[in-house]
Design a protein around this ligand. Structure first.
Ligand code: SAH
Ligand code: SF4
Length: 400
């Protein structure tokens, strides 16, 4: 097996940090940027539409490529702005094709150092899923999650959230042929590599509601990135008051990090449960707008040896979810250094899955992906520094 260090690709970006980037902005953000560059008001609508299509449907990274924009305006834009993506610190490619990027974001006022986040691409036979981060670190402290142990925490800007999608499309070559012109509009082709986006990277997305919403609006815009909201899933630890608001204002698919069937255990595993206990959480799920058998809520359940993996708990899980259009996702625990938990034995997971399956839930056990590059759930970020250091020691300089 190839080791993580051998797989690490170091890319030193020469991103021009002096000028702000337009890539990742909302329509309102682009309009402001045009105004600041002195573009007359009456041109804004048309110019925003042009920029939108070049940035989000075609993925251009240079103003020179915007052939229907006048040379003068292209020069003005280039004088003030770039189309830069977040800076890549490392790119790692797993033996199973999973890719993980460690990204460095520009330092903002209160940042002591440039924050780093991770984005992961997971190719499967029928889909390609991009797992994106919504915060640097997380303010919550789920006891089995490594991200929760990270100190530096800030919300990502909408631009930084969208930037992860743009960057992933760049790196896996997901622009060319990504859209075909039809009746003057660009329509997505079936050959898209990134077909799904999950907000399951670092952070609690409902604690960064407005920016995550703006970002998902950009991602699902039919004239640009064109990801259907049915293929975008927000995962939450259960911030109950924000769930109906998210459903009404954004309406993506929802995943709930349940992980326990009683409040005593969930208080320990997912401490936000003390504030929003299971009964309230499940009521918010029942009320989530638009639920049907075609649009179900995913319940995530991490398998922790001797903690939450008994057959009695499998039966309790099934009883708890009765009446909610639901999918159950059993996640083998991904260990990290000094954690007090272990992953359940494979047989235990299978027996647990049997109970769930017999109750009528297709419950795929989520196969851990990209373990060799620490890209699996809950392994994000913290291991990267180690990997990067070893890659440097090995003098790795190959590029993808
Ligand atoms: N904060 C959000 C989304 C990010 S976490 C949430 O908690 O839902 C994405 C998923 O990974 C969650 O279900 C989380 O509980 C799970 N997870 C965290 N650490 C894990 C680990 N070490 N092993 C397996 N799954 C983990
Ligand atoms: Fe935060 Fe989610 Fe990790 Fe809990 S599981 S600490 S909410 S990222």
């Amino acid at each position: 097996m190839v080791s993580a260090a051998e797989n690490t690709v170091l890319i030193l970006n020469d991103a021009d940090t002096a000028k702000p980037s337009l890539a990742g902005l909302t329509r309102a953000g682009l309009k402001d940027a045009l105004a600041k560059a002195g573009v007359p008001d009456k041109q804004h609508k048309m110019r925003v539409a042009q920029l939108w299509s070049w940035i989000y449907a075609r993925g251009v990274t240079s103003f020179d490529d915007m052939s229907d924009v006048s040379k003068d305006l292209r020069r003005t834009l280039a004088d003030h702005y770039t189309l830069a993506r977040p800076e890549i610190v490392t790119e790692q490619i797993s033996v199973d094709g999973t890719r993980k990027w460690l990204l460095r974001l520009p330092k903002r006022d209160r940042d002591a150092r440039a924050p780093e986040i991770e984005t992961v691409y997971i190719p499967e036979s029928d889909r390609g899923t991009l797992c994106i981060s919504s915060q640097v670190g997380c303010t919550l402290t789920c006891s089995f999650c490594h991200t929760g142990t990270q100190k530096l925490v800030r919300n990502l800007e909408a631009q930084e959230i969208v930037g992860q999608i743009l960057l992933a499309r760049d790196r896996i070559g997901d622009w060319a042929g990504a859209a075909v012109p039809e009746n003057g509009r660009l329509l997505p082709t079936a050959e898209r590599k990134i077909t799904n986006v999950v907000l399951m990277g670092m952070g609690e997305p409902l604690y960064n509601f407005d920016n995550v919403k703006d970002a998902m609006d950009v991602a699902s815009d039919g004239d640009g990135l064109s990801l259907s909201k049915r293929r975008i899933t927000l995962s939450t630890s259960g911030i109950v008051p924000e769930i109906p608001r998210w459903g009404e204002l954004s309406g993506t698919m929802l995943a709930i990090s349940l992980h326990a069937t009683n409040d005593t255990l969930r208080d320990e595993l997912v401490p936000i449960n003390k504030k929003y206990p299971i009964a309230e959480l499940l009521q918010a799920c029942r009320d989530y707008p638009g639920l049907s058998n075609a649009k179900r809520i995913t319940f995530e359940y991490v398998m922790l040896k001797g903690v939450n993996d008994s057959l009695a708990e499998a039966r309790a899980l099934v009883r708890l979810l009765a009446g909610i259009p639901a999918k159950i996702n059993l996640i083998p625990f991904n260990p990290w250094p000094n954690t007090r938990y272990e992953c359940s034995d494979w047989e235990t997971i299978e027996r647990f899955a049997d109970v769930v399956n017999r109750a009528g839930y297709a419950s795929p056990v989520r196969t851990p992906r990209g373990r060799d590059i620490f890209a699996a759930c809950g392994q994000l970020k913290s291991e990267s520094i180690k990997v990067r250091a070893s890659a440097l020691a090995a003098g790795s300089d190959t590029s993808a």
